[in-house]
Design a protein around this ligand. Structure first.
Ligand code: PMP
Length: 375
């Protein structure tokens, strides 16, 4: 028996420590993205390791309809740290599932069905989330998906204003598009989205699966824009590598969410992991550190390789570099010749999503490698 869905890379990663991972022959790689924004604290962070081990000793599963102390503490922590007035949380196992729930909750709470989503957006691959994802290749073999989804150009508030109407249940948007190529929203776009959705009685969903947990310079990107959506979805970095997702909601959504549940929702182990992760991100001021290191990295990359073709863009430690040729070839060279692991975003963008704990020496190493590979 073998798996069949992943295009495997020629490196088998066995262990991680901070910003580094090690393959089965002991070679060290700088992890600038292989962890996919999933380890904001770096690999093997002691706060998460010990919270998880202590929980493993106590109990690993509590039926979701009973409270458990770790889940209650996580609800409180997320309520305290989310933009007001968001203070209710639905916990699940992935980003896709968090978005799937958000779409369902929006339909139930508004009584409407139409969903507005953005071109180049990515929200997951289950039938509902997939219907709001842009790329045709991901959708074609599985059609028909859920109907009533309208796509608008990203970062265009006029088009959004035209699309959102009284039949709209939700507008779902990434504050910085990730899979679509690292496209940050312009100043004012998220604020306009807030006004447009509010006027139409539609829910505004910020998909913060990539931008959340401090990556773009605030715990939630919503706080950078000073916009409180109706829902924020999170996953990836929330459990520092363990599978946990969350749909954070305002009361009017939580009060009328319909009927939704899942066996592993808010299990004690992932709740302990997420609690330790979010607390440590905040205690160690990692959002601020991500903003500083992101500025440093972007400036250094700009100086080393920036030109008209090689656009460098992003917010905090969510950075994209247009490499002007196949991103996969550049990534392979970075990995095999320079021991730097990064990610693609589309065909021409190398994406950097390192642990938020990196310092200037890590940034310098990736700049040197990028200069050799694409300079
Ligand atoms: N939303 C965004 C913005 C994402 O980048 C992703 C994953 N790339 C998802 C949702 C889906 O998350 P998951 O893979 O955890 O289901």
């Amino acid at each position: 028996m073998s798996g069949f869905v992943f295009n495997e890379k020629p490196i088998q990663i066995e262990r991680g420590d901070g910003a580094y991972v090690y393959d089965d022959s002991g070679t060290e790689y700088l992890d600038m993205g292989a962890s996919y924004a999933c380890v904001p604290l770096g690999h093997g962070h002691p706060a998460v390791q010990s919270a998880v081990s202590e929980q493993l000793e106590k109990i690993t599963y509590v039926q979701a309809s009973y409270p458990n102390a770790e889940r209650t503490a996580l609800y409180d922590l997320l309520a305290d740290t989310a933009p007001d007035p968001i203070d209710k949380t639905w916990l699940c196992n992935s980003g896709t599932e968090a978005n799937e729930a958000a779409l369902k909750f929006a339909r139930s709470a508004t009584g409407d069905s139409k969903i507005v989503a953005t071109m180049q957006g990515f929200h997951g691959r289950t039938m509902g989330a997939l219907a709001t994802t842009w790329k045709n290749k991901y959708k074609k073999p599985y059609e028909p998906l859920i109907g009533d989804v309208e796509f608008v150009p990203y970062d265009d508030s006029e088009a959004l204003d035209e699309a959102v109407d009284e039949d709209t249940a939700a507008f779902i948007v990434e504050p910085v598009q990730g899979e679509g190529g690292i496209n940050p929203a312009s100043d004012g776009y998220l604020e306009a989205a807030r006004e447009i959705t509010e006027d139409a009685g539609a829910a505004l969903i910020f998909d913060e699966v990539q931008t959340g947990i401090g990556r773009t310079g605030a715990l939630w990107n919503s706080q950078r824009a000073a916009v409180a959506p109706d829902m924020i979805t999170a996953a990836k970095g929330l459990g520092n590598g363990l599978p946990v997702g969350a749909t954070l909601c305002r009361d009017w959504i939580a009060e009328d969410y319909g009927s939704h549940a899942s066996t592993f929702s808010g299990g004690p182990v992932i709740s302990a992991a997420a609690g330790a992760t979010v607390s440590t991100v905040l205690e160690d001021d990692l959002p601020e550190h991500a903003a500083t290191m992101g500025d440093y990295l972007q400036t250094e990359l700009e100086a080393a390789i920036g030109d008209d073709v090689r656009d460098i863009r992003g917010e905090g430690l969510m950075i994209g570099v247009e490499v002007g040729r196949g991103a996969n070839a550049a990534l392979k060279e970075l990995a095999l010749n320079h021991q730097v692991l990064a990610l693609p975003a589309g065909r021409t963008v190398v994406r950097l999503l390192p642990p938020l704990t990196i310092d200037e020496s890590h940034a310098d190493a990736v700049v040197d490698a990028m200069a050799e590979v694409v300079g």
